[in-house]
Design a protein around this ligand. Structure first.
Ligand SMILES: Nc1ncnc2c1ncn2[C@@H]1O[C@H](COP(=O)(O)OP(=O)(O)O)[C@@H](O)[C@H]1O
Ligand SMILES: [Mg+2]
Length: 351
């Protein structure tokens, strides 16, 4: 399968007012293949949204580029001027639905105006009539009534607003769509509609490939082909959605998966557990494994020696000094004890 988005050794940082560097994306490499969807999961603050901004190559202070390359459909976009990125990349090559975008729609403008903005930025010669006919066609394919075009955001329900935001963002049929927590503010039935809509967009060819960001892991299992887990600015594991949910290798992924229930499976085979401690400070770039201070299996070398890089290609890969067989052995040995602890949890603790 041909790669659609190739990110190699990408490092970006925020500069604070105190002139400190916060390295929120640190040496990240991955490939998103044509026709595929890739989930990015991790605790709040690990750098998911910064990674989304960074792969668009569109930098504004306080976010800065440090190193790495970004290639979309064979074309390198790293270090292009912001104006070139805006005119030739955003919307067509890569489109981004920011976190909480639906609440950012200007309430004094009709929906059609946002579409005009996107289309005019791409092709200033388009007439209002052409814009309306394209918008109506796309809205009807996405089961959005055309009357929405003449409404204001405040007149729409939460689910409808989010679907409208998705329709606006994808009007130019991007090769890569990045959806940043697109359903986390919605109720369960609206979440399902939004996820189905994103699937439909891919199936109908309006979006070629997708990065889906969330902290809600059960969502990714049904939504994406592959999942990457991010921790403290780094990708720490990648595999198929099934592998990552049912057979996570790296202790952090394991902890993250164990703190959730996959709806289809219930609690069968899962031990619900919180990950102790808090993520590290991103101002410091330690030598050893960043998860080591919270990892129950960490040994001295984990804290001091650098960990091997994650493979950039699609497929199974994880960052941990422990060998696979050793990790499986540890997990197997501790399971009876964890199950025992689990049965002592008060039932209201299990959501
Ligand atoms: N504008 C900013 N200036 C400085 N630091 C920021 C800024 N935005 C985010 N950060 C820091 O970057 C880190 C990653 O943030 P973010 O990418 O939003 O994480 P996530 O999307 O995974 O919750 C956090 O530690 C956050 O404090
Ligand atoms: Mg975020």
């Amino acid at each position: 399968m041909a790669p659609m988005l190739e990110v190699k050794n990408l490092t970006t940082f925020y500069k604070t007012r105190m002139n400190e560097k916060i390295c929120s994306v640190d040496n990240v490499s991955f490939v998103l293949e044509d026709g595929k969807s890739l989930g990015i999961a991790g605790e709040s603050g690990c750098g998911k949204s910064t990674l989304a901004l960074s792969v668009m190559g569109y930098y504004f202070p306080p976010l800065y580029y440090e190193a790495g390359t970004i290639v979309i459909d064979g074309q390198e976009i790293t270090r292009l001027a912001p104006d070139t990125i805006r005119k030739t990349v955003l919307g067509t090559e890569i489109a981004y639905i920011p976190q909480a975008a639906m609440n950012a729609l200007n309430p004094t403008r009709k929906i059609i105006r946002f579409i005009e903005d996107v289309l005019k930025a791409h092709d200033s010669t388009m007439s209002k009539k052409e814009i309306r006919s394209l918008a109506e066609e796309r809205f009807s394919i996405l089961n959005l009534p055309p009357k929405v075009l003449d409404q204001y955001a405040v007149e729409l329900s939460g689910g409808m607003k989010q679907r409208t935001v998705i329709a606006i963002s994808t009007i130019l049929s991007p090769k890569v769509l990045i959806a940043d927590e697109p359903s986390s503010a919605l109720d369960v039935s609206s979440q399902k509609i939004v996820i189905k809509l994103l699937h439909d967009l891919m199936e109908k060819g309006f979006v070629r490939s997708m990065l889906f960001i969330t902290h809600e892991l059960p969502l990714l299992y049904n939504v994406t082909d592959d999942i990457m887990v991010m921790y403290a600015g780094e990708i720490v594991e990648r595999g198929t959605a099934h592998e990552m949910v049912f057979d996570p290798i790296m202790p952090y992924s394991k902890g993250l998966m164990n703190s959730i229930i996959v709806p289809e499976e219930g609690t069968r085979g899962h031990v619900l557990q919180a990950i102790p401690g808090v993520p590290p400070n991103l101002k410091i770039r330690p030598q050893g494994c960043r998860f080591s201070e919270r990892c129950r299996y960490a040994e001295e070398p984990c804290r001091t020696l650098s960990v091997q890089e994650l493979s950039a290609s699609a497929g199974r890969s994880y960052r941990c000094r422990h060998k696979l067989d050793d990790l499986y052995k540890i997990y197997e040995e501790e399971l009876p004890r964890l199950l025992d602890e689990d049965t002592k949890l008060p039932s209201e603790g299990v959501k």
